[in-house]
Write a protein that binds this ligand. Structure first.
Ligand code: NAD
Length: 481
């Protein structure tokens, strides 16, 4: 059976423990490979390689680092087919989605930060009268840790690694143990691109073992983490006493606000996507849909009709819209929220059932599920489900919908549908979230700040924000006569 090995100091290697975890293919519900079960010993080995590589890598010119990153981007593109198949097999997402979104975006991450680093400048402040010139040096931090989740595996793994490397750091990274395959394949791509040994080290294994070892390592000075809010809390608690720099991209329970004056047809088709893309397993999915009362009944009928058309099936079939959920425990968790919705007075308008796919009977498939549930404060409307489940409810006024939208502890993204410019400004400003999409969804320009407020995280990624995170700013003040 295929073994997913660690990638340390430019070489693939087995974990020190000799232990392996099972890696499941969610579309079949079968173990199909083994994952290195790494411990603090492997993390230490990765740290040492990164530490040794740091002086040389941090002293390369921005152009040299840029060239290497652009080569990695091109190699990801050249291997798009293989990587997309690996992603679909490992995660359960439709192959069409992996081909159109996940892998192209992984390549864009390297290409974008390969270019961005050549434009990353720092400020100078001359104090005329005091006869001083201040300038800011932005220096790489050293060895940094990057930890990523399972929903967009290579996409989010590279979203952290690319800016960390561009800024001149060396990296110890851990992908999710639920979807490690494409991160494993990235090692080989980096070697082919000529990334020097030890600059990027990839350690596989569980959060409590390998992940915890990265976070608690005293000399890994910054942690960029994307994952659940509970894990983020734990990481913050571990890292705070060591005064590590932290970037935390956490969970969401995003509202979708639909006003009667919107472009209805466009809203309807995008709302199907923002609800169920990637089986609803995107931190940015709009899982709470608020619809203005005057169009509520029409929306309900049309939305259910559109969602009925979605095909749940094998990720490798071209017409599949919704693949398998990522794991059995996750499927059970999502199903438990559907049961809870019924207890909380919700009415299932569509879906709610596990699906048996012919030829893949043990796969983790679930119908896209629409629940009408009017209490915006019930658990189903407050807790992150992270699956193909949305709730819908009507509202009458802006004030009312803002109160409901902002009632959750999360604040990652929000979507607003209206053609009224005044409303767009008023509502965007009052929504408690790091991102507001107006008349669109998941529209990403990589230069923009990305991140959440409240329990959705701390810090921003994207563009120069990410390069600022991965550098320390030093003020040099020169007095002249
Ligand atoms: P998770 O928190 O369980 O795991 C994320 C990563 O953290 C994995 O690599 C895991 O092994 C590691 N980890 C777990 N415990 C750890 C510990 N004690 N120390 C160090 N590392 C540890 O999250 P998940 O289930 O993989 O992902 C789903 C969650 O991620 C959802 O809540 C989703 O909203 C969130 N997410 C957020 C964003 C964002 O940009 N804000 C993007 C994608 C996913």
């Amino acid at each position: 059976m295929k073994k997913i090995l660690n990638y340390i100091n430019g070489e693939y290697c087995e974990p020190f423990s000799g232990d392996w975890l099972d890696n499941y293919n969610p579309s079949k519900g079968e173990v199909y490979s083994k994952i290195a079960f790494s411990s603090s010993v492997d993390v230490e080995k990765a740290y040492k390689a990164a530490k040794e590589a740091f002086p040389s890598w941090s002293n390369t010119t921005a152009e040299e680092r840029s060239n290497t990153l652009l080569k990695i981007a091109s190699l990801i593109e050249e291997n798009l087919e293989e990587l997309a198949i690996a992603e679909a097999l490992d995660n359960g997402k439709p192959l069409s989605l992996a081909k159109a979104v996940d892998i192209p975006r992984a390549s864009s991450n390297f290409r974008f930060f390969g270019h961005a680093i050549t434009q990353f400048a720092s400020e100078a402040h001359e104090s005329v009268g005091l006869n001083t010139m201040n300038f800011t040096i932005r220096q790489p931090i050293g060895v940094v840790g990057c930890i990523s989740p399972w929903n967009l595996p290579l996409y989010l793994f590279t979203w952290k690694i690319a800016p960390a490397l561009a800024a001149g750091n060396t990296v110890v990274a851990k992908p999710s143990e639920i979807t490690p395959m494409t991160a494993y394949l990235l090692g080989d791509i980096c070697t082919k691109a000529g990334l020097p040994k030890g600059v990027l080290n990839i350690v596989h294994g569980t959060g409590p073992s390998a992940g915890q070892a990265i976070v608690s390592h005293p000399d890994i000075k910054a942690i960029s983490f994307t994952g659940g809010t509970k894990t983020g809390e734990h990481i913050a608690r571990t890292a705070a006493p060591m005064f590590k720099k932290l970037s935390l991209e956490l969970g969401g329970k995003n509202p979708n606000l639909i006003f009667a004056d919107c472009n209805y047809d466009k809203m309807l088709s995008v709302t199907v996507r923002s609800s169920f893309a990637n089986q609803g397993q995107i931190c940015l999915c709009g899982s709470r849909i608020f619809v203005e009362k005057s169009i509520y009944e029409k929306f309900k009928t049309d939305f259910v009709a559109k969602v009925k058309e979605l095909k749940v099936g094998n990720p490798f079939e071209a017409d599949t819209n919704i693949g398998a959920l990522v794991s059995k425990p996750h499927l059970e968790k999502v199903k438990s929220y559907i049961d809870l919705a019924k207890e909380e007075g919700g009415k299932i308008l569509f879906g709610g059932n596990q699906v048996t796919v012919e030829g893949s009977e043990n796969g983790y498939y679930l119908e896209p599920t629409i629940i009408e549930i009017l209490d915006y404060q019930c658990r189903v409307n407050q807790e992150e489900i992270f699956g193909p489940v949305v709730t819908i409810m009507p509202f009458e006024t802006e004030e009312e919908v803002l109160k409901m939208a902002n009632s959750v502890k999360y604040g990652l993204s929000a979507t607003l549908w209206t053609s009224n410019l005044d409303r767009t400004m008023r509502v965007s400003k009052q929504l408690e979230s790091g991102i507001v999409w107006v008349n669109t969804w998941l529209n990403r320009d990589l230069r923009t700040p990305f991140g959440g407020i409240k329990s959705s995280g701390v810090g921003r990624e994207g563009g120069f924000e990410a390069l600022k995170f991965f550098t320390e700013a030093k003020n040099v003040c020169i007095k002249y006569d």
